[in-house]
Design a binder for this molecule. Structure first.
Ligand SMILES: *Cc1c(COP(=O)(O)O)cnc(C)c1O
Length: 415
């Protein structure tokens, strides 16, 4: 076992800290170079970056636990929810800002369970039905909240199988879930079908648009054929959409929106049994950081529709170029028919993980899925398309045995 680290006895000057941090960071992924395909949404927009840094500085210490003490934060959250609702054709007052996609999904599952109990569902058991491509955040939320998740295999087109999902519902089922798009394959589920089935059964339908929520509206405006997925689809009752992904805010910002305020009410927690006073909170956090809220507001206002459209156009062009380029490499192909800038590619001839190893050696960071390598396109990737395809062509023709075989998206420290 390593030596026990001792608590520092002395103060450290900022310059000394900076030096130590710089040393510790040498192995960190260099996302600014456009060689990573997940984790950081690289925009390469200096004006946006300046605005984010400035706002984070301004709001480092405020606490959004009690927004009435900080009316500016109350106002920003309300505006963010209203602007998100404008994009997604939702209700401008029926939503919350959360710390990320996982919290938005957690809140939506909690709301569904609470709604289900309030509407005559059996108190002790509650289930939701998802496709097997649904993000693990649903499994996690169900685990925490003691809700059963029924996972249904996707169809051959890698989209939720609406009929089987409807068949998996029973009286314990509070909600069906579709993705727009799902993370592994970038496919958008049949949201109209799922929402109609849910509505016929009198249950809720959540759309996980953590990825698509802040990009698909712009692709639609650019004339892309985007399958219907937002509140314009009757029967969709809630949507999660991350601002810290394609909304280009820094980490800690997502939205969860509901069709109406009554449903949102099921999300709230209120407690009047405490000597400390009345405790009410809309989301899971108590003390709530203000910087992500202000940062999200700053990102939206810095870019405006104008900026988002520009970046969405870059992503669209880059996605097309990458898909065409990959499909043109002998033995490689994009999996299925992705609807967005997120997709898997695989090989019917080579060991795809061995190709991934060669790409690693060339300084690219491609995430490994069960069946292929994963790409998520950011605006900053437009500068590296040719280099990437050249390296991938090389890797397809010059690889050995695979070293690494599994994507790791998070870690727990166990010994
Ligand atoms: C990222 C993601 C989530 C979870 O969001 P976090 O911000 O990582 O908590 C949920 N669903 C989809 C489709 C995602 O891509």
């Amino acid at each position: 076992m390593a030596d026990q680290l001792r608590f520092p006895e002395k103060r450290s000057a900022p310059a000394a800290l900076r030096e130590r941090i710089a040393e510790m960071r040498v192995e960190d992924a260099d996302w600014r170079g456009g060689r990573t395909f997940s984790l950081v949404y690289n925009v390469g927009d200096p004006q946006l970056e300046e605005a984010l840094h400035e706002t984070a500085n301004e709001y480092l210490h405020e606490n959004a636990l009690n927004p009435f003490k900080f009316p500016s934060l109350l106002n920003m959250e309300r505006e963010i929810v209203a602007m998100a609702a404008d994009l997604l054709h939702g209700n401008p007052r029926a939503g919350s800002l959360s710390s990320g996609g996982t919290e938005s999904i957690f809140l939506a599952v909690h709301t569904a369970r609470s709604w289900h109990r309030a509407n005559g569902g059996p108190d002790s058991s509650c289930s939701i039905v998802t496709a097997d491509t649904a993000h693990p955040a649903f499994a996690k939320a169900c685990h925490y909240l003691d809700v059963e998740q029924r996972r249904v295999p996707v169809g051959a087109n890698l989209r939720a199988d609406t009929e089987s999902m409807a068949a998996a519902c029973d009286t314990t089922t509070a909600m069906v879930v579709g993705s727009a798009p799902c993370y592994p394959f970038g496919t958008i589920d049949d949201i109209p079908g799922l929402a109609e089935a849910a509505s016929e059964m009198g249950i809720l339908c959540h759309v996980d648009a953590c990825l698509g929520g802040w990009l698909l509206p712009w692709w639609e405006r650019l004339g892309e054929a985007v399958p219907p997925w937002d509140f314009r689809v009757p029967g969709v009752t809630s949507i999660s959409a991350d601002i810290h992904k394609y909304g280009y805010a820094f980490k800690g910002a997502s939205t969860v929106l509901y069709r109406d305020q009554e449903l949102l009410g099921h999300q709230y927690f209120m407690y009047d049994q405490w000597p400390g006073g009345l405790y009410a909170s809309a989301t899971t956090a108590g003390t709530r950081p203000a910087a992500p809220m202000a940062g999200a507001w700053a990102a939206i206002n810095t870019l405006g529709a104008e900026g988002y459209l520009e970046h969405a156009g870059r992503i669209l062009d880059t996605t097309r170029a990458l898909k065409a380029g990959i499909n043109a490499i002998d033995g490689l192909g994009v999996t299925g028919d992705p609807d967005m800038s997120v997709f898997q590619f695989a090989s019917d001839r080579y060991d795809i993980n061995a190709i991934g190893d060669v790409m690693d050696d060339q300084g690219w960071h491609l995430d490994r899925q069960q069946g292929g390598l994963h790409i998520m396109v950011f605006p900053g990737h437009d500068a590296v398309v040719d280099e990437f395809l050249a390296d991938l062509t090389y890797a397809a023709g010059n690889h050995g045995e695979a070293r690494d075989t599994m994507a790791v998206y998070g870690a727990v420290d166990v010994e």
